[in-house]
Design a protein around this ligand. Structure first.
Ligand code: HEM
Length: 235
């Protein structure tokens, strides 16, 4: 599957993908490092808090990637992106961003599992609302994680279920974005920081605006996007 994708990629798409991968790795490393450096804690406290810092940095990274992917998806369905980048490239990036977001989410929850300050069990991270720590907020995160996994895997059954069913399933992206936003704001501590508030407001603003644009332009755009998608990417 990966080889097939790579064959279809243009040099430009490969470059953008490498940049996205580098940005993800860099964001994770920078996030963890920045949080470490901004805390004047003794060495012991730093090491015992490390999983918590990683959880937070990975959570923010996962949210940024999810937002970027939602915006990219809306750019594809509204055809706004067509003048900047080919549809084949957009589709490949859409799929890869979904995987990167899922990977960051994986790191987010693995760090919770090894955290000794606020320990989480497998049940806490797998069963919605089972955790004793902010059960509603974490429960929404668990549902968001399942939706993210479902939507990412749905890329590989598009040929089997058909473009129309796939697109209907893809509407769950809106639920995923809303759940992830509420989860981030209610579960995390970073919303107290000005820059994080801007990230939540900016992401929600862009996604909300593009969704409204997409609804206003209605079926005409959807029909053209469906036709173009099935001819551009055939699985
Ligand atoms: C798509 C899935 C998810 C995304 C995008 C996501 C994103 C985020 C974000 C942005 C934060 C805020 C970080 C901060 O402000 O410091 C956060 C916090 C948190 N998330 Fe998630 N999350 C997801 C899934 C999960 C899952 C499955 C769990 C498991 C129960 C979870 C547990 C937590 C916890 C406990 C916090 C609070 C960390 C702290 O103490 O600040 N998240 N998440």
């Amino acid at each position: 599957m990966t080889a097939k994708l790579m064959n279809r990629m243009t040099a430009g798409a490969a470059l953008i993908l490498v940049a996205a991968l580098g940005a993800t790795a860099g964001a994770l490393a920078a996030g963890a490092l920045a949080m470490l450096l901004s805390t004047a804690a003794p060495d012991l406290a730093l090491s015992s808090n490390l999983p918590w810092y990683i959880t937070r940095a990975a959570g923010v990274t996962a949210y940024l990637l999810l937002s970027a992917d939602a915006i990219l998806g809306l750019g594809i369905s509204t055809r706004l992106l067509d003048r900047f980048v080919s549809r084949a490239t957009s589709f490949i990036l859409h799929e890869w961003l979904a995987w990167l977001a899922l990977g960051a989410t994986g790191l987010h929850i693995v760090a919770l599992l090894v955290d000794t300050v606020q320990p989480f069990s497998f049940a806490d991270i797998l069963i919605p609302f089972a955790a004793t720590y902010r059960p509603l907020a974490t429960g929404l995160g668990v549902i968001a994680m399942y939706l993210a996994a479902l939507l990412t895997l749905s890329f590989y059954v598009r040929g089997r279920i058909g473009q129309r069913a796939w697109r209907t399933l893809h509407y769950a992206t809106f639920a995923l974005f809303v759940l992830a936003t509420i989860h981030g704001i209610t579960a995390g501590a970073t919303q107290d920081l000005g820059w994080m508030r801007w990230i939540y407001a900016g992401s929600a603003g862009v996604v909300g605006f593009m969704t409204a644009w997409r609804i206003a332009n209605g079926r005409r755009v959807a029909r053209r996007a469906t036709t173009a998608a099935s001819t551009t990417v055939s699985r």
